[in-house]
Design a protein around this ligand. Sequence first.
Ligand code: IMP
Ligand code: MG
Length: 179
Amino acid sequence: MSAPTIEVLFTAEEIAARIAVLAGEIRDAGFRENLLVVAVLKGGFVFAADLIRALHGAGVAPEVDFMSLSSYRAGTTSAGTVTVLRDLETDVAGRNVLIVDDILESGRTLAYAKRLLAERGATRVGLAVLLDKPGHRVAEIEGDFVGFTCPDLFVVGFGMDMGHAFRELPYIGHVVKPQ
Ligand code: IMP
Ligand code: MG
């Protein structure tokens, strides 16, 4: 079987330019002070790594913590079940919090994360996603800061995987299955 080919959708240069713009938007939207960036593992780690450095360039000095969530898509239950696999070490009470993830699709996991951090007393919880796939939304949630609207394709790279592969690609691509 030959290796799959990957069609580039967003180049490394396009992504870098967009992240720089997002960082300015995040600063200007009032997340500048007392900011905690919550990177959602695993898919969000590359975007979060570049975003915090762009935030530095925009004059923002965030703290960073990590969270890992698993979403179990139980049958036809739209709510699904979300489990916290790795929780934050940081107390979010009274802080500006920015959740950072790779893709907003059904929105189940991120709606859960937003609600959880708000319940813990965060002053404000924003959501930054590199890609928005709006066609499959189940939860009532939108990204506050969105890198790109993504076509309805399975994408990899820039932290996103297919069966644990391709996270290391510096661009975002679509996997074309070999014939
Ligand atoms: P949801 O919004 O709760 O449905 O979860 C979206 C998550 O599904 C993302 O954070 C990714 O981990 C994963 N995902 C969705 N679409 C893709 C894709 O095209 N490539 C890789 N992972 C995806
Ligand atoms: Mg994810």
